[in-house]
Structures are given as C-alpha cells and as structure tokens.
Design a protein. Structure first.
Length: 358
C-alpha cells in the first residue's frame, strides 16, 4: 500500500510519511548538502539503526551511531552531552544531520541535540513506537528531564521529515502499543470522535498494527497533532489542548521515578481531567464514563492511590503549565470541546482527585 503524507505548515513545517517500507526513502529523505549523519538510537532498535547506517554509508555518507540508554534514562543532560561529544569529535557542521530512531524518549532527546548543536542542524525522525509516531516525533517539542520534573529543559525545533514506517512496530509489545494508544485516544477526546468510535467498535482490531483500523486511527491522530501545531507551534494558545491529561500525568511519572510508561500515566491524568471537567460544571457523566470505558478497553489504569495528592500537587506547581502560581488544566466541555481551566480552587482539584483515588 502506498504511503500517506501529512503536512505540518507554519513555523513547524515538516512532512510526515506514514506507510510501509519507508526506510527505503533514505537517503533521499535527507535532502541535499548533508555529509555526516549522527543516528541517535537505543539498543532495542539497534538493528534498525545499523541497517540505516549501512544504507547511508553505501550511499557515501559518513554515518555515526550514538547508542543511548533506554526510555526516560535517555532524557538526561549527560546523555545529550555524550551526543554533543561525538559530534564535536567528528567536526560535525551545520550542514550535517541527526536522525532519531526510537520511541518518544529518543526522539525528544535527538530533537534537543539537533536543536542545540551549532544552534540547529537538520533533523529527521524515525519513530518506532505508536506513541512516537502519533505524537512525540511530530511538532517539534524537544526535551530532557531534570531532578525536579519532566521535560523541564527543551525547545521547539521541528524535524524536517518524520518517517512513520508501520513495519517497525512489529517488535513492539502489546503493552507498549496500548500505552501509545493513550495519546491516540487523547486526540479522540480533544478533537476527533472517530478515533473513539474505532476503539469502542473493536479495540483488538484498532490496536492491531496490521489492521486497516489501526492505520486509520494512527493517521487520524497524526492529523489532529499536525493541525494543532500548524496553527500554534510555540504553544501560545491552541496547542495547549495537546496537554490534555498531562498536568497530573507528568506529576505521576515523576512520583513513579519515570518507571511508568508515559501513556499509562496520562491515561490516569485524562480520567482526572474528565472528573475536573465534570466538577467544574460542564462535562456530562456519560463522557466521563466514556473515558473510563475506553482506557479500560485499552487495559490502562484509571485510578491512582489515595494519599498521594499533596506530593502530586507540589510537582504540578513546578510544571511549565503553572503560571504565576496558578495551575492550568485542559478540561472538556464535551468530546472535541477542550478549554483551559486556570487557577481552579485547590479544593476542587482535590475533589477530582478523590474521584480517581483507588
Ligand atoms: N515531544 C512530544 O511532543 C512528546 C509527545 C508525547 C510524548 N513525549 C515523550 O515521549 C516519551 C514516551 O515515548 P514512548 O512511549 O515511545 O516511550 P520510550 O521511548 O521509552 O519507548 C518505550 C519502550 O519501547 C522500546 N521500543 C521502542 N521501539 C521499539 C520497537 N520497535 N520494538 C520494541 N521495543 C521498542 C523502547 O526501547 C522503550 O523501552 C516520554 O518521554 C514523553 O514525555 C513527547
Ligand atoms: O505536543 C504537545 O504540545 C504536547 O503537549 C504533546 C504531549 O503529548 C507531550 O507529552 C509533550 O511532551 C508534553 O509537553 P510538555 O510541554 O507538557 O512537556
Ligand atoms: Zn504526551
């Protein structure tokens, strides 16, 4: 089947290709002028990285590998410094390029390294998880964590091209696929009800990477993200909706010392945000129930232990969504009707937590 091209316009201009056999687009996808390429990857996708390196070398490029630690351990300043060192020692210039191959942790790191080396070199992303294909590799949010919180250091820097080769998902565990679907469902709740219908109609087919429903759900989610970032690259307004479920979700990831999958944490965060939307007076019980039903279909958690609220609240205050001491949440008035809830009373926030405490 041929590939689909989804375009991001505006300041984040880039091309997202979705389909099979897309690695064959390399090296042409690199464009002209590039001599050296740094491939940032983890051991998990080492074979893919090596075959990309070989095809680039055969085409005359100098291709270097930077193997980085797995998952959130990649998103540390020490790991960025390791990549900068390889580039420095190879006399990497402004006309050279970085390719990130991996899940969202790698694409966030690779993006950050590309943005910061010589104040910006060409970036290509080859996401290998559902989550990275529909979200992390697109739209140019790059970032690393600090001891105090998630993604506290980073910048906006878009990849020129994102190759979403669905064949690369073959080795992904069902747990990873379902965690990635938390972000797919997020796009359903904030903007695209067809995604929710697909999940409710047959969750097994929708999450089977070989099915037509899977591809449809992935492409719909990518379109939601591409549309939003085309309008608001630097999150001065509309883009905030992509943070649905993330205010609490990031605090949970921090509380769990980054041992939980991002998708798992934000699934709980979205149920919390739905409860908040209901308590703030707009969201119907039916839509709140729909959140629980869909995340349960995806076998994702919908509760978090009671007694953790104070710690989560303190972490949320450090999140970049807090401004002038006021916490900001995305809530829904209905499916596909998101809005910002800023400065809500702490007792309201606490009541919503009581609804998800298990
Ligand atoms: N920049 C953004 O806009 C954005 C959006 C969403 C999430 N994120 C970030 O993305 C990260 C989460 O991404 P993720 O869920 O992809 O997690 P991840 O990058 O940690 O990958 C999850 C696991 O899957 C493994 N893996 C990757 N590809 C594989 C494959 N093809 N086969 C088998 N295993 C494979 C990885 O080695 C890892 O163990 C978080 O750090 C989150 O903050 C960023
Ligand atoms: O692209 C965005 O904008 C998002 O918010 C997408 C989120 O899914 C993603 O997890 C993002 O990294 C969170 O951003 P942050 O600004 O809250 O760190
Ligand atoms: Zn996310």
């Amino acid at each position: 089947m041929s590939h689909t091209t989804i375009t991001v316009s505006g300041a984040a201009a880039s091309e997202i290709l979705v389909g099979h056999g897309l690695l064959q687009q390399l090296p042409a996808a690199l464009g002209s002028g590039v001599q050296q390429v740094l491939i940032v990857h983890t051991a998990t996708v080492g074979k893919i990285a090596s075959s990309v390196r070989e095809s680039l070398a055969a085409a005359g490029y100098t291709a270097l590998l930077a193997e980085v630690p797995d998952a959130e351990a990649a998103k540390r300043v020490e790991v960025a410094a390791f990549c900068w060192q390889i580039m420095g020692q190879a006399d990497f210039t402004r006309s050279d390029a970085i390719i990130g191959i991996g899940g969202g942790a790698v694409t966030d790191l690779a993006g950050f390294v590309a943005a910061t080396w010589l104040r910006g070199v060409k970036l290509l992303q080859i996401p290998t998880t559902v989550l990275a294909m529909v979200d992390a590799a697109i739209g140019g949010k790059t970032g690393i964590n600090t001891a105090e919180g998630k993604n506290l250091v980073g910048c906006f820097y878009a990849a020129e091209r994102v190759l979403c080769d669905l064949e690369l998902l073959q080795t992904l565990s069902p747990n990873e696929i379902r965690a990635g679907f938390a972000e797919v469902a997020k796009c359903g709740f904030i903007a695209e009800p067809e995604i929710l219908d697909l999940l409710e109609a047959d969750v097994d087919r929708a999450t089977d990477p070989t099915s037509a429903e899977f591809r449809r759900a992935i492409e719909l989610a990518i379109k939601v993200k591409a549309d939003v970032v085309s309008q608001d690259f630097k999150e001065s307004g509309q883009r905030e909706i992509l943070n649905y479920g993330h205010t609490l979700g990031h605090a949970i990831e921090h509380a769990e010392r980054y041992q939980w999958r991002h998708g798992v944490a934000i699934a709980i965060g979205m149920v919390y945000a739905a409860e908040l939307g209901r308590l703030a007076g707009h969201l119907s019980d039916a839509v709140v129930d729909r959140h629980r039903r869909i995340f349960e279909l995806l076998q994702l958690p919908v509760t978090y232990p009671a007694g953790r609220w104070e710690g989560l609240l303190a972490t949320m205050q450090r999140d970049k969504k807090a401004r002038a001491g006021m916490l900001r949440f995305i809530v829904l008035d209905d499916v596909a009707k998101p809005r910002v809830l800023a400065g809500a009373d702490h007792s309201l926030l606490r009541f919503a937590y009581d609804e998800i405490a298990g």
